[in-house]
Design a protein around this ligand. Structure first.
Ligand SMILES: Cc1ncc(COP(=O)(O)O)c(C=O)c1O
Length: 365
């Protein structure tokens, strides 16, 4: 089966060298030298400061909520945050898991990111934060969201799990918000097997988060506050250092696949509309079909030919019962019902890409 994405496996020789070093030092976790090195290298590569490596992208979100204090109730009031229903479950479930009720606002039909006017319409006294997603690596309307957050005194945490290396107006997209979180899951463009990171706007928040990811421990005999274990380990960092070394080749190969898809399908099918000032990372190739029935037929036809396309993100999270959504989000529901992500990864052959394109064209013509 051709998968929708494939983990990027870097040079085995180089990975072995890093692992030799781990064996020599006998230092496997607790802010080891490879984690420190990867932190510096990522800050430099991404052009950001205050980056903290963590064990996965879900904990990156949870640590960000805690470091910014949005999970703390004020005067016993319920704690809520506005987020998007068009995302991976972890964006909303991480809120709920931390006692913050996710309140959904609908997305923009073209960019598929949260529409600022819909955020503004549902702000109440219980809302503590906005958690938008740069979905598929597209930039949210960061200026409008920032303006709304300032006016209502709300924190903004961007789930930037898909936006590794994305630039907006020539700078890292991760610079927007009080914090931006990344997932380094194996299937992501940049990965550490499992892993993640948070980029904080303020150094003070970074310092608090450093304690939180290590059980709240601040010294051999001091536990300053309630924390958890969210540390990245040395083996994860070794994988990350190797993947980062080969990022240019990886990006180039993905860009070629992406551009070929766009040339053949962009004229007839609905693609995500990206901001003019976006420097994209070619992480995903989502396509929206005319109807759900057509999308389902494409999935079946691809599967018959050994290709796995994913209905990503489906279902829209306002229909997931355990999240207790208060209202329907029709735009998200509509896009989620008709969307597919087509296979994209470095090394996807032209032959397979052409096969995928011709199957899609055949079903949709
Ligand atoms: C938008 C989004 N948020 C959060 C996550 C969770 O990241 P992780 O799998 O690293 O915990 C993912 C992972 O795929 C994601 O796509």
């Amino acid at each position: 089966m051709i998968p929708v994405t494939k983990p990027y496996l870097p040079s085995r020789e180089k990975l072995n060298q890093y692992i030799d070093g781990i064996y020599e030092r006998n230092w496997l976790t607790n802010n080891g030298p490879l984690v420190q090195d990867l932190t510096r290298r990522l800050e430099e590569y991404l052009g950001v400061e205050n980056l903290l490596l963590v064990s996965n992208g879900t904990l990156a979100l949870q640590i960000a909520y805690h470091a910014l204090g949005i999970n703390e109730s004020v005067n016993g009031k319920p704690v809520e945050a506005i987020t998007t229903p068009f995302t991976f479950i972890a964006t909303a479930s991480s809120l709920k898991w931390d006692g913050i009720a996710p309140v959904f606002a609908d997305i923009d039909p073209k960019t598929w990111c949260l529409a600022p006017k819909n955020i503004e319409a549902i702000i109440t006294a219980n809302i503590r934060a906005i958690v938008p997603v740069h979905v598929f690596g597209n930039a949210c309307d960061v200026e409008a969201i920032n303006e709304i957050a300032n006016r209502h005194n709300l924190k903004v945490i961007y789930d930037a799990s898909h936006a590794f290396g994305v630039t907006y107006k020539g700078e890292s997209l991760l610079k927007h918000g009080d914090a931006a979180t990344l997932s380094f899951h194996a299937t992501k463009l940049f990965h550490t097997g499992e892993g993640g990171a948070i980029v904080f706007k303020c150094k003070d928040d970074l310092e608090r988060a450093k304690k939180l990811i290590n059980f709240g421990i601040t010294g051999p005999e001091t536990i300053e506050e309630l924390g958890i274990n969210a540390k990245m380990n040395e083996l994860q960092a070794a994988m990350g250092l190797c993947v980062l070394d080969e990022m240019e080749e990886n990006l180039k190969a993905r860009a070629e696949v992406w551009q070929r898809y766009e040339e053949t399908m962009g004229k007839t099918l609905q693609l995500q509309v990206k901001h003019q000032a976006l420097g994209y990372n070619y992480a995903y190739f989502p396509v929206v079909f005319d109807s759900e029935e057509q999308a389902v037929r494409v999935v079946a036809a691809l599967k018959e030919n050994g290709v796995l396309a994913r209905r990503y993100f489906y279902p829209s999270l306002d229909s997931v019962e355990c999240l207790d959504a208060q209202a329907d989000q029709p735009v998200s529901k509509d896009i989620a019902s008709r969307i597919l992500c087509l296979p994209i990864y470095a090394g996807l052959s032209v032959e397979i890409m052409e096969k995928i394109t011709s199957i899609v064209t055949e079903v949709t013509e």
